[in-house]
Design a protein around this ligand. Structure first.
Ligand code: PLP
Length: 391
């Protein structure tokens, strides 16, 4: 018998991919399935970005690039961070990675080991916990509560830090809740972290450009006092509708940068060369498509929230960021995962059960409104018929 190492017995999954596979299977068998399960923009990558990749291929950019990414791209990242956040970042601390996920993989590998604690949001992106468990570290959930509008509570987060804590994972705007942590709360959190100088922070800001109602996204990069232990996770996937290009970046503190670069050398060598040129075009080209996409998500957000709040047993707070709604379904009487799977099988609506995002996800489901308004309306109608029939 082949004997793999025990840590592989602890590695988890992202159930959204399993739901996508089942939804596709049902659709291929002739069923009309509306997919509100998938966490990716339903827009095409803007044409000028695609054109830049085509040009790069024609210009002969077919070989390896430096493992940390081509310099003009890392410089473009720095200019973008200066423009958007008013912060100065050295291109020597920017690492280009094949998707934002790779940053969390690297950061958790660097700090996770048996005996170490890693704090992560619950409900939160499932890969955080999966990777923490893979390393043998203890996953310590930071509760993200509905009463708190799905924001991090600085006080509660700080109270969970122990001498074993090595890494704190933050995510705002958040998947799966759409919660955005307000600036005052982040100020408090950073102030409290001064008492814990050995705790590194990974801030997942992949939805940083998707906030609504004029709400500010407060980046952790804006706090010089923690720059020497901050890992910023961002990328092109959501902002520029580029999930399939596998393009992300991270900003690392100096002592960690070379470790991350070596992980790149030891695994994927470098990110696809043509995609890197596309990444420059995305950052340096017109940003209208980003604005238009966010405005469209905003319109759909209103439709999804109003629709959900009209359904029996469902109540939904207005999400402040990303493109997810996370309604409370407790009053329907259905366990959340069962509700999600039955909605897919019986009503042809794909959503994700809250427990796929953590222990505190029980009682919720996640709907992605990265789908047309018409489909969102149809999905809500179907959910209404389903819930009324089962009541
Ligand atoms: N972080 C969060 C919170 C996400 O929701 C996702 C994708 O769904 C990622 C990171 C990963 O992004 P990428 O596709 O760039 O790896």
């Amino acid at each position: 018998m082949l004997k793999t190492v025990p840590s592989f017995g602890r590695i988890g999954e992202e159930n959204a991919f399993a739901v996508l596979a089942r939804a596709t299977e049902l659709a291929q068998s002739g069923r009309d399935v509306i997919n509100l399960g998938i966490g990716q923009p339903d827009f095409r990558t803007p044409d000028h970005i695609v054109a830049a990749a085509e040009k790069a291929l024609r210009d002969g950019h077919h070989g390896y690039t430096p493992a940390n990414g081509i310099l003009p791209l890392r410089e473009a990242v720095c200019s973008d961070l200066a423009r958007r956040l008013g912060v100065e970042v050295d291109p020597g601390s920017v690492l280009i990675v094949p998707g934002g996920k790779v940053t969390m993989f690297m950061a958790i590998l660097m700090f996770g080991e048996p005996g170490a604690d890693i704090l992560y949001p619950d409900p939160g992106f499932p890969i955080y916990r999966s990777m923490i468990e893979f390393t043998g570290a203890r996953p310590v959930p930071v509760p993200i509560r509905e009463v708190n509008d799905f924001a991090f509570s600085a006080e509660e987060t700080l109270s969970l830090i122990t001498p074993q804590t090595r890494l704190l994972i933050l995510n705002s705007p958040a998947n799966p809740t759409g919660g955005v942590t307000p600036r005052e709360e982040i100020d408090k959190l950073v102030a409290g972290l001064a008492n814990h100088p050995d705790v590194a922070v990974m801030s997942d800001e992949i939805y940083g450009q998707m906030t609504y109602d004029g709400l500010e996204h407060r980046s952790l990069l804006a706090y010089p006092e923690i720059r020497d232990r901050l890992i910023l996770l961002d990328g092109w996937s959501k902002t520029y509708a580029m999930t399939g290009w596998r393009m992300g970046y991270s900003v690392w503190p100096k002592p960690l940068y070379d470790l991350a670069r070596k992980l790149a050398v030891n695994s994927y060598s470098c990110v696809n060369a043509a995609a890197q040129y596309a990444g420059i075009a995305a950052l340096e080209g017109p940003q209208d498509a980003v604005r238009e996409m966010v405005e469209e998500f905003d319109r759909r957000r209103a439709v999804v929230v109003e629709g959900l709040n009209g359904l029996p047993g469902i109540s939904c707070r207005t999400p402040k960021g990303a493109f997810y709604a996370f309604p409370n379904v407790t009053e329907t009487g259905w366990p959340a995962k069962k509700l999600a799977s039955t909605l897919l099988e019986d009503a042809g609506v794909a959503v994700i059960g809250g427990p796929d995002f953590g222990i505190l996800g029980e009682g919720y489901i996640r709907l992605s409104y990265a789908n047309s308004t018409e489909n969102i309306r149809r999905a809500i109608d179907r959910m209404g018929e389903f819930l009324s029939a089962k009541a």
